[in-house]
Design a protein around this ligand. Structure first.
Ligand code: OGA
Ligand code: MN
Length: 295
């Protein structure tokens, strides 16, 4: 397996390895897992992707999430990101499916609004528009390391609240349905997630984050927004332009990502599997022990 660096200090393309290799070989999995811990975003090109092989690859990294209520693919291990309606035609630009695509275009990390957050997401492109529709990534690990020591120390002992309804509310007040709100109460997470393998900290931020524990609401939101703007500053991101056969996986503990727009009359269909950040013993890797105050 060859590792070719891609982005500004993070991200890598893996050559000489397939999804099926990782699904079937402990050695291939170990090599990809090590690259994942180090590079945060991995690109595999020219893959023969089916739902089955994507899921078999994904399961190597931990337990797959079951898709939440209100998303396409609910109850399965697949999230289907698409603006293609049941009749096979692209839905109009004011349709809820298009609004959900726009919500995905806000900088975020997946599943920070869930009781168990996500370790990694694995995304494959199935229908690609002619223009646009890239996915852009930022390293919140490198962003954390750019901060001064005082700010780093402060954030290691800070906790932010994340709510799915907050990010959806930025697109339309009622985009999060009553069922989604009931299923997804706000969650509070440490603002720095330390990688258990290499010890490097990363900002844990998302469009879902709306408040900082112990801070006045407007000041907390401003801190979140200022950190997110710094973490995604121009020149610090990797833009992935999709080709047929591409699979991209990212570390939700150490990155943010956003979809980029494309002409709304063009079809785009992506399939995601998402792996929970949970150890074999069933303990979430973020809390405890990450819930306890840092030194
Ligand atoms: C996702 C996501 C963005 C895109 O799959 O989690 O945010 O470009 N995707 O589809
Ligand atoms: Mn996402």
């Amino acid at each position: 397996m060859d590792i070719i660096p891609l982005g500004p200090g993070f991200g890598a393309e893996l050559r000489g390895v397939t999804l099926a290799d990782v699904a079937s070989s402990d050695e291939a999995y170990a090599a990809v897992r090590a690259a994942f811990e180090e590079h945060s975003v991995l690109v595999l090109r020219d893959q023969d992707v089916t739902d089955e092989v994507q899921l078999a690859f994904s399961r190597r990294f931990g337990p797959p999430e079951v898709t939440k209520v209100g998303s396409q693919g609910t109850g399965s291990h697949f999230v289907i990101l698409s603006t293609i309606g049941p009749d096979g035609k692209v839905v109009p630009s004011d349709h809820r499916m298009q609004m959900r695509a726009r919500a995905n275009q806000l900088w975020h990390t997946d599943s920070s609004f869930k009781r168990v957050p996500a370790l990694t997401s694995i995304l494959s492109a199935r229908v690609i528009p002619d223009q646009g529709g890239e996915t852009e990534f930022a390293s919140t690990r490198l962003a954390f390391e750019r901060l001064d020591p005082e700010m780093r120390h402060r954030l290691e002992n800070s906790f932010a609240w994340h709510d799915y309804a907050h990010s959806r509310g930025k697109i339309a007040a009622d985009l999060a349905s009553p069922e989604e709100r009931a299923a997804l109460p706000p969650q509070c997470w440490r603002m720095v997630w330390r990688n258990p393998v290499n010890g490097r900290g990363a900002l844990y931020l998302a469009s879902h984050a709306y408040a900082v524990e112990g801070m006045e609401p407007a000041a907390g939101l401003k801190l979140i927004e200022d950190l997110a703007a710094m973490a995604t500053a121009p020149g610090t991101t990797y833009l992935h332009a999709w080709r047929k056969g591409d699979v991209v996986m990212w570390d939700n503990r150490a990155t943010m990502h956003r979809g980029r727009p494309w002409p709304s009359h063009e079809a785009r269909l992506m399939v995601r599997t998402t792996i929970s950040a949970i150890e074999a013993d069933g303990v979430g890797t973020m809390r405890p022990p990450f819930w306890q105050a840092a030194e």
